[in-house]
Design a protein around this ligand. Structure first.
Ligand SMILES: [Fe+2]
Length: 197
């Protein structure tokens, strides 16, 4: 069902307000008060064929907006945000966020120590920067879930860490859809979908 003009306006309003914001606190308040629901995000609501869906909604010089769509039991790997601030809102279902602190690293292998474990449900907003640590996200339920992610500034790569051995690798952004249009996944993109952000 196509989004109504009123609903489209609320997403556009949030984009305009974020473009004028001048503090991280203000940015988070705008997102919390934006009340963007999954209904209006319908054109961007796609699941990945081999990992969680990553749907690019908006990108500009100052920030980008991505809708992540999680089937039951899909998780990211632990990752940083390449210096960007990530503000995320759970727009449907329930997600878990496990945070970590990075300990010693050697030969591209790092020790991660788990810190907070949080549950996010409809409408809740949280944020993370590299100064606060790393995190992984996922859907531990048996119902699909979606989260709306705002990155200040846009990030194109990140460091991901294996939960098995702490192995570090650089991963690059790839998308299930861009601006509402599904795109073909290459084999390499399918792999990246599992580990980015
Ligand atoms: Fe993230």
């Amino acid at each position: 069902m196509p989004a109504t003009p009123e609903i489209i306006n609320s997403l556009q309003t949030v984009i305009e307000q974020l473009s004028a914001a001048n503090s991280d606190k203000q940015r988070q308040e705008i997102i919390e008060n934006g009340h963007i629901g999954l209904t209006e995000l319908g054109p961007f609501h796609h699941y990945g064929s081999s990992g969680y869906g990553r749907n690019l909604i908006y990108t500009g010089a100052e920030f980008e907006i991505i809708l992540l769509c999680w089937q039951p039991q899909q998780f990211s790997t632990p990752h940083d945000h390449d210096g960007s601030l990530c503000i995320m809102q759970c727009v449907s279902g329930e997600l878990i966020e496990q945070r970590y602190q990075l300990q010693a690293c050697a030969d591209n292998h790092c020790i991660l120590s788990p810190t907070e474990l949080m549950t996010l449900s409809d409408g809740q907003v949280t944020s993370i920067s590299d100064q606060q640590g790393l995190h992984k996200l996922g859907n531990a339920t048996m119902t699909a879930a979606c989260s709306l992610h705002f990155y200040f500034p846009p990030i194109h790569s990140a460091n991901a860490y294996s939960e098995q051995d702490g192995g570090q690798k650089t991963v690059f952004s790839s998308f299930t859809s861009e601006y509402g249009v599904k795109i073909a996944e290459t084999e390499s993109e399918k792999v990246q979908l599992q580990v980015v952000r």
